[in-house]
Design a protein. Structure first.
Lengths: 118, 516, 110
């Protein structure tokens, strides 16, 4: 379950990164909704922070109240470093990896949820 | 006013960063390795690799101590844990301390090659092997680090705006600055935490003001009050020690499932002997763990000390955060990663000092500039070469060689000095551009690290494939890490070499003849 | 020769920040500021830790520990202040006067 914290940190930071026009254009081009719209940036930022919040919750759930926050901060740093390195060499890949990681986290949590009901 | 404030912070960041940067890199890099100190010691004593994880027979350890050190002032018995199967006994006598790794069941000392192992990196990172003087030097460097970090936030005020920006393809100054900013900002909580907690651990050495005012400078009085830790004087009347195994069992009853880390006996064999049983702290953040003290001759319970005072608890949590004795191996790898980020931040900062002045020919032709270039290479790349040498020496020096642990250290420091000599000589006399020297030494480190798995395979029985097939990650992890470091360093060296070639082309004395 | 050029480099960097003219004054300024930061800062921190250990309304050992942990924050602030102050003289004066005041109060309390 440690890996989930990493994937969520990466995904959350990616959203925050997309919330900055410069990075948005590098990764998505001028297409889709206008990157300079205040609302779009705000939504991306809120979603980003929410995902980071979720990753803290998962970290605490897996590692406990004392180690969880420490692990979370560590994963945030490592996730951020990964994002920056990938983003600067292959912006598109950074995006694809982010989407994949968020989807896989959702699936894992879903399966976990279903299993706990049966 | 505002302008001059950020200028003075810039000055502080630049010069304190440069002067302490070399030392700080060494402290942070060896500190990063210390995260895995027990694993390193285990790897450096391949004789231990056959030893199975078994619980320690405490009384057998006690009998060995009675035979080996009946006159000692103090005994330590350290129990094995998940990170190492080694049980260690230690004793101090007339100001020196000796330790032996013993068989957990029979208590007999094992014949292992002598090495300082991970302990070397541990000792070096907080006192540079210079005892208390070293502690003060490292403390000064840590204070400088705190000031430089704050000054750095003031001057690089764009760091949060440029949060995700790294442009490796940009101008060399820009790219190095990005790398410096990225490694600083992303691990900023870690940088502050590890520096601050490092100082807090040694508060009684660095800032004894409170002890002076409240306890007239007597540290023992402080411990007596804070930890209810009181040790009576020796009586010099002989008295036999009770069974330590029973005391250890008794102590565990107070901890609700907590395990024993170590047993300490003061004045063993004396009628005033005391037995302290310490709880392991790897299931909690706070480091200074709970203790149960017994009378050594009667076995009567003296003190059950459980850490509960708020300030004391805060200090133990801060120390615990620094020592990372807690948590899973994931957490240790995270610390390792952030430690590397901190080392990279310092290294890129040092490089930036040089790169920033590269264009100005008045600045670059001075001896001072060349000295900085040389010291930078040796402090960073040279330390990597020396570290790899240390591991090579461990595998190549015969296991029975007398004083081999000192030869390992000698080789480490000799190679490090040679790297400094190489960097300075090349720069002064051959006018070799520093990128070239960087590339050479990094390539050297890459080769040494990359070949370590082969050296290991030849000199020991636990080579990579063997360890992997048995699922022994604590051994295989080293070979794999060496391979990754080797590849990473080789890639860096190649890139530097390419950029050196690219920048030296216009100055090439033999122009390429066109049309061949 | 070589070392003077190194020295000039430091001085030129510094004079831009300080807008002073004579380079010898600048050397004195730099040394004075570094001295204020390290020695003056340590003196202030020491006095402040002693004073806090005496006045904090906690058990003795708790007060000492709290004060000692805070001391590293105080020292950092003092170092930064020594470099941020308008003149080194001012840095020294402020640091020494507050050191004196805190020491006086501590002596009166204990």
């Amino acid at each position: 379950m440690d890996i989930l914290v990493f994937l969520l940190s990466y995904g959350g930071l990616l959203m925050l990164c997309l919330g900055m026009p410069k990075h948005y254009q590098a990764m998505l081009g001028q297409s889709s909704f206008p990157p300079n719209s205040f609302l779009a940036r705000l939504i991306l930022k809120i979603v980003g922070w929410l995902i980071l919040g979720l990753s803290l919750v998962v970290a605490i759930a897996t590692a406990g109240w004392s180690f969880g926050p420490v692990q979370w901060i560590g994963f945030l740093s490592i996730g951020g470093l990964t994002l920056i390195v990938v983003r600067s060499h292959a912006p598109r890949l950074a995006l694809i990896f982010g989407v994949l990681s968020l989807v896989s986290v959702l699936l894992t949590l879903l399966i976990h949820e279903i299993q706990s009901h049966f | 006013m505002k302008e001059s404030f950020s200028q003075s912070m810039d000055w502080l960041h630049t010069w304190a960063g440069l002067l302490f940067g070399w030392l700080l890199f060494a402290i942070f890099f060896t500190g990063t390795l210390t995260v895995f100190d027990q694993e390193i010691t285990y790897w450096m004593q391949p004789e231990l690799h056959h030893v199975a994880h078994t619980p320690l027979n405490v009384n057998a350890a006690m009998h060995t101590l009675e035979q080996l050190a009946p006159q000692a002032e103090r005994w330590w018995i350290e129990l094995p844990n998940e990170r190492t199967p080694a049980s260690t006994i230690r004793w101090s006598q007339d100001g020196t301390s000796v330790s032996r790794v013993i068989d957990s069941q029979t208590g007999q000392p094992l014949t292992l090659r002598n090495t300082h192992g991970g302990e070397f990196f541990y000792r070096f990172h907080y006192q540079l092997l210079l005892d208390e003087a070293g502690t003060w030097i490292v403390g000064a460097a840590a204070m400088a680090m705190l000031a430089v970090l704050v000054a750095g936030i003031v001057i690089h005020h764009r760091i949060f705006k440029d949060f995700f920006t790294f442009r490796p393809g940009a101008s060399s100054h820009r790219a190095w600055l990005d790398a410096h900013n990225v490694t600083s900002v992303l691990a900023l909580p870690f940088h502050f935490m590890i520096t601050f907690t490092g100082l807090v651990i040694f508060w009684s050495i660095y800032m004894p003001a409170g002890i002076q005012v409240q306890y007239d400078g007597n540290m023992d009085d402080f411990w007596a009050e804070a930890e209810s830790f009181i040790e009576p004087e020796r009586t010099n009347h002989k008295a036999p020690l009770v069974s330590l195994r029973d005391l250890e069992r008794q102590a565990r009853r107070y901890w609700q499932g907590g395990q024993t880390r170590s047993i300490v006996v003061s004045h063993p064999g004396d009628s005033h002997a005391l037995v302290h049983v310490y709880r392991r702290s790897d299931d909690r953040l706070s480091l200074y763990n709970d203790r149960v003290t017994f009378d050594g001759t009667s076995g009567a319970l003296r003190t059950v000390w459980i850490n509960s005072k708020p300030a004391y608890m805060t200090q133990s949590v801060l120390s615990g955060l620094h020592f990372v004795q807690f948590g899973s191996s994931t957490l240790r790898w995270l610390y390792f990663g952030m430690g590397l980020a901190a080392s990279a931040m310092i290294a890129t900062g040092l490089v930036l000092w040089v790169v920033k002045r590269q264009g100005r020919h008045t600045a670059t032709n001075t001896v001072g500039y060349q000295l900085v270039e040389g010291f930078n290479v040796a402090a960073v790349a040279g330390l990597l070469v020396a570290t790899a040498t240390f591991f090579w020496a461990n595998r190549l020096l015969p296991a029975e060689l007398p004083a081999r642990e000192f030869i390992e250290l000698q080789m480490f420091f000799t190679v490090w000095s040679l790297c400094l000599g190489h960097a300075l000589l090349k720069n002064f006399f051959r006018h070799c551009p520093s990128v070239r020297i960087w590339a050479t030494q990094l390539a050297m480190a890459a080769m040494l690290f990359g070949l370590l798995p082969i050296v290991n395979a030849i000199t020991t029985e636990s080579h990579l494939l063997h360890a992997l097939s048995q699922g022994r990650w604590e051994v295989a992890g080293f070979d794999l890490s060496f391979l990754v470091s080797g590849l990473g360093l080789a890639w860096t060296a190649r890139r530097l070499d390419q950029s050196a070639r690219a920048s030296s082309r216009p100055l090439n004395p033999h122009p390429v003849t066109s049309g061949g | 020769m070589a070392s003077t050029s190194g020295a000039q480099k430091v001085v030129s960097l510094f004079s831009r920040a300080r807008r002073s003219k004579s380079s010898t004054t600048n050397w004195i300024t730099v040394t004075s500021r570094v001295g204020a930061a390290t020695c003056g800062g340590y003196a202030l921190t020491y006095a402040c830790t002693a004073w806090l250990s005496a006045v904090l309304p906690l058990a003795k050992s708790e007060a000492v520990l709290t004060a000692s942990m805070i001391s590293f924050v105080i020292y950092t602030a003092a170092i930064l202040w020594a470099f941020a102050a308008n003149t080194p003289m001012r840095a020294w004066l402020v640091l020494l006067i507050s050191t004196g005041l805190l020491s006086g109060m501590t002596v009166l309390m204990t």
